[in-house]
Each structure stands twice: as structure tokens, then as C-alpha cells.
Design a protein around this ligand. Structure first.
Ligand code: ADE
Ligand code: ZN
Length: 326
């Protein structure tokens, strides 16, 4: 089989997908209609045309606008189920989903609807296909430490359904240290920890995510190559980097796929994985991320198998830990 057939067909784990970033324009309009929400766009086509981003913030503004249609448990189920069908079609057999409760709680949606709908869809994927999964609750880094603590308090009854904690949203000017105390509390609670770092922010934020937040994986992390001592640390500890090629091009972290540093990250001996980030906004799911970067860079079959193995090795939820979890 060809290299592209191999990357599409091989089993994979996805470790960096914001479930709200899987909301396709068609579903945004359908949910807006169902819920009587008025959108600042006239049509699916007009909304899709707005998906031209200059940087992370210009994307986040539209991403948060899209979430405004999510109100009920069924909405969260429908969004998650649509993603899981796409993931299954791409031969993803394990997925760890991020969700952003603060963007929903602030609109009056309750925690039970958010986690209930997402978790019900994950349960259906387990029953239908044997797909395994984990749920990672993210704090929005542009909001305060106090808001993160309040969110954690609200999440307490749902922690049995949550495997870990992440940190996302606007990276610049929101360093990891702002969240060191709330991450310490999450650690005491036995939650696994990850953080977005080194996407748009400097390599120092990757170091601080490791030293101050004690994260087990770095989301993105592509700017690590600017700091050779940091690369050596990431290599020696085999810290997983959840890289999202199409996201990086759409948000102009790299001008084109041919300029992406994935080849260099692998050559540096780093524990790299490929992921879709916000597939509805960046023009493709897991397999498009694989096929586009494999078409643009000198990557071969060994690299493909390495990336797939890494995705399982870097996963938090395995068969042993899953017992008693769902
Ligand atoms: N929220 C959703 N996608 C994100 C990304 N790529 N970086 C930071 N926050 C996000
Ligand atoms: Zn992300």
C-alpha cells in the first residue's frame, strides 16, 4: 500500500482535540435553529468564509462565538457524537477530548449538561466500536486563577468522568505560573496534567509548564526548537508533544506545511504525536493532518509507525485505568 494509505489506515490515538473545535458550521446553524439562538452570520457559507485567521486570537474570537449555540445536554451529545464518527472513520481507536467549561458556565449552561452530553457520546462510542476515551477539562488562561478555582469546585461531582486538566486559550501574556496553585490542587486530586505551551508563546512557557505546573505532556510545543537546552530536557524525559500541523499553518505559526518543523522535532529525538486541534475550523480531521504533512515533508513509513506508536504511549487512559471509570 502507498504511504498515504498506510497513514490513513493505521490505528491511532488522538490526544489534542478541543471538542468545541469539532463543531461544523452546519451543526452550528442546526443548533442555533433548535435553540432559537441568533448568529451574527446569515448562512453556513458566510460563517465558513469567516474562517480566515491571522493568529491564535483571531481564531479564538470565532471559536467562542460558535460555542454560543450549545445549551442542552443533547447539544453536547450531538457535537461529540459527530466528532466520534469522524474519528472512527479515520481509524482513531482512542481519543482524549478537551472541553472548555468556562465558555459554557458563563452563559448559564450547567456542568451536568456539558459533561453528561459529552460522556454519553463517549459511552456510545465505546459500546459501538470499542473506542476508548478520556475527558480533559481545560482552564481558559485569559481568565483569572480565581475563576479556574471556582470551575474546579463546580467540577468536583464530575471528576470520576474526567481524567485530566489542561490549559488553553490566549497564550501570549498568560504564562503558566498564573495557574501553578490551581494545577497543584488538581495534582493532589490525582488528575493528569497537560498545558498548551510554545504554540505562539516562547519556549520559556514550555519550561514553566514542566517546572511550575508539572504537566505530563505539552500541547503544541513546536517553538521548543528555539532553545537547545529545552530540547535536550524534552528528549531526555521523552515528554510527549501533541503537535497539530493544520492548526499551525491556519494560525500562521508556520507559513506553509512545507515549513513545518515536525521533521526536525522527530530528528531531535522528541516524543511527537499528530493531532487535529480544532478540525472544523482548520479544514481537516486526523487523517488530513497526516496526509497533508506526509505530502509536504520528507517522512516515511517508519515515521508513520513511530507517530502512531507515540500516540498510544503518550495516552493517559489505558485498559487498566479505564476499569471503574465508565
Ligand atoms: N482553544 C482551542 N484551540 C486552541 C489552540 N490551538 N490554542 C489555544 N487554545 C485553544
Ligand atoms: Zn489546542
Amino acid at each position: 500500500a502507498s504511504l498515504l494509505a498506510l497513514v490513513k489506515g493505521m490505528p491511532k490515538a488522538e490526544l489534542h482535540i478541543h471538542i468545541e473545535g469539532s463543531l461544523e458550521p452546519e451543526l452550528i446553524f442546526a443548533l442555533a435553529h433548535r435553540n432559537g439562538v441568533t448568529l451574527p452570520y446569515d448562512s453556513v457559507e458566510q460563517l465558513r468564509r469567516a474562517y480566515a485567521f491571522n493568529d491564535l486570537q483571531s481564531f479564538l474570537d470565532i471559536y467562542y462565538a460558535g460555542t454560543s449555540v450549545l445549551l442542552t445536554e443533547q447539544d453536547f451529545y450531538d457535537m461529540t457524537w459527530a466528532y466520534l464518527q469522524r474519528a472512527h472513520a479515520d481509524n482513531i481507536c482512542h481519543t482524549e477530548l478537551f472541553f472548555d467549561p468556562q465558555s459554557h458556565l458563563s452563559r448559564g449552561v450547567n456542568f451536568a449538561a456539558i459533561v453528561g452530553g459529552i460522556d454519553r457520546a463517549l459511552g456510545d462510542a465505546a459500546a459501538e466500536w470499542g473506542m476508548t476515551s478520556g475527558l480533559i477539562m481545560c482552564f481558559l488562561r485569559h481568565l483569572s486563577e480565581e475563576d479556574a478555582f471556582a470551575t474546579l469546585e463546580q467540577a468536583m461531582p464530575y471528576l470520576p468522568a474526567i481524567v485530566g486538566i489542561g490549559l488553553d486559550s490566549s497564550e501570549r501574556d498568560h504564562p503558566p505560573e498564573k495557574f501553578s496553585r490551581v494545577f497543584a490542587r488538581c495534582r493532589e486530586l490525582g488528575l493528569r496534567l497537560v498545558a498548551h505551551a510554545g504554540e505562539e508563546g516562547p519556549p520559556a512557557y514550555i519550561r514553566d509548564a514542566l517546572d511550575l505546573l508539572h504537566v505530563a505532556r505539552i500541547d503544541h510545543g513546536v517553538r521548543c526548537l528555539e532553545d537547545p537546552a529545552l530540547v535536550e530536557l524534552l528528549r531526555a524525559r521523552q515528554v510527549p508533544l501533541t503537535v497539530c500541523p493544520k492548526s499551525n499553518v491556519k494560525l500562521k505559526v508556520f507559513p506553509q506545511m512545507a515549513q513545518h518543523n515536525l521533521r526536525a522535532l522527530l530528528d531531535a529525538g522528541l516524543m511527537v504525536t499528530i493531532n487535529s486541534d480544532d478540525p472544523a475550523y482548520f479544514g481537516g480531521y486526523m487523517n488530513e493532518n497526516f496526509t497533508e504533512i506526509f505530502s509536504a515533508l520528507p517522512l516515511d513509513r517508519d515515521d508513520a509507525l513511530r507517530l502512531a506508536c507515540n500516540s498510544f504511549d503518550a495516552a493517559f487512559v489505558n485498559d487498566a485505568t479505564k476499569v471503574g471509570y465508565r
